[in-house]
Design a protein around this ligand. Sequence first.
Ligand SMILES: [Zn+2]
Length: 257
Amino acid sequence: MTRIAPTPSGYLHLGNAANFAANALLAARTDGRLLLRIDDLDRARVRPAYLQDVFDVLDWLGIEPTEGPRDVEDFTAHWSQEHRMPLYRAALETLRTRTAPNGPQLFACPCSRKELADGVHFYDCPTAGIALAAPQVAWRIDTRGLPLHAQMPDFAVRKKDGRPSYQLACTVDDYHYRITTCARGEDLRASTAAQAVVSDLLGYPKLEERMDVIHHPLLLHDGGKLSKSQGAGGVRELGVSRKEVFAIAKAWLHLPR
Ligand SMILES: [Zn+2]
């Protein structure tokens, strides 16, 4: 099973639409199963209009996921990540209680964004032994010695407010839904590496053995990365056809047009 996993933090752009198409093509080439998983952990950025936009773009592309919500109402009632909070909390509890003698260690970090400059902790958190139960601490993984350290030093699995981080939730969800393949942007390469680390710490089977992750290029606009827009418009206003979106996806996957 593959998955389409947008974050509803703005109106989707052409790159997002091509990513949807790439995952639909991957599903068609494998077991035909395609999950729509809307990642709405970051509650502050989610808007109902952005949720609706996900369904509108799928409709426009003619993609029908085989699993997941049918519409915004179904999503809110049954599929929001809020409903899987017990799973994430159980995973965090596993990380807290499991000791991986030779693996990367979990530690508590009270640093503000400013105090955590370039991966250097103001409070020497990785070695300071701050209690994980202390209030207002993030839980981070000590990434020293890991290849991903340069891009994602000491990434968080739990945020200061006690909620799971994206890396934790994505790892748990991919395992929970038995995702076996997915296409994601190459900007998420470090995230994939971080999720492989979390997966190991949780005792899941190796991520690289259970998931075939394809990192595709990003579409650039004037040399910069496309970003979701906050205003109305969206991908259907760009003047591209459904066929052109699928052509981009096919090129990413090295499929004949
Ligand atoms: Zn810190």
